[in-house]
Design a protein around this ligand. Sequence first.
Ligand code: BTN
Length: 268
Amino acid sequence: MMAWMIPHFRIERLDEVDSTNSYARALAEAGAPDGTVVVAERQTAGRGRLGREWHSSGDFGLWFSLLLRPEFEPQFAGMLGIAAGVAVVQSMRSLVGARAVLKWPNDVLIDGRKVCGILSEGRTVGQKLEWAVIGVGINVTAPEGGFPSELEDVATSLAQHCAADIGAPAPDKEALLDSVLSQFGARYAMLSSGNVRAVRDEAEELMRSFLNRRVTIRGQSGTMEVRTLDLSEDGALLVELDGGEVAKITAADVSIGTRACARGELDA
Ligand code: BTN
């Protein structure tokens, strides 16, 4: 089997941009290589899933996008966002001991509140994934004046937890970026060498608190109450329907009680 190296990331830094995902998509279309990273201090039009706005007009967070040109089958594209989620959770745990967990497919929560969101986009031509852009938004500190009222109950920042749990400030953004890139690089190399199972197993472990739970999923065919089971080989969510039947969810909003949503998909 071919040995896959951890990619060398080439970082492009911007003070301000509309969205690092949009910028990275344009770079992808212009032929920029695998491993290009776009980091911005502020976004004027940060995007979340489902066309939502991502609050990132200030420099309180780490806002970046990874441009990838994976060699593996498009079927496993969803694992890229999951691998990024794993990288963020492991970085928060190892840098500051945060009680970070993963919520399918790739939201990162601390004490039930969202500290990081991930937006995966890509282009598939025939059977080939031409490029993928994985956008990561981490609330390192809270925005000046706090989160807007609609996010108050669902969002948090790493700094809030560092202050409460270790009595220290949050790690600086450079240290966090370094760690997330190196953790992601290791999982990307695993995916590229065909070891999808190892990344999936790790993600499942980090999602344990979210599995075997009653959740509400909202998809194209409506809203359903289901019980979460585990992850499929390609990172989809397996759930048990009320009749006992097992269904595979590849793209849906998932909510536990009244908490925030997640959607698993690679938007073109
Ligand atoms: C979500 O949870 O809805 C996904 C949020 C993703 C936000 C990041 S911030 C960097 C990158 N650029 C964007 O416009 N969005 C992603």
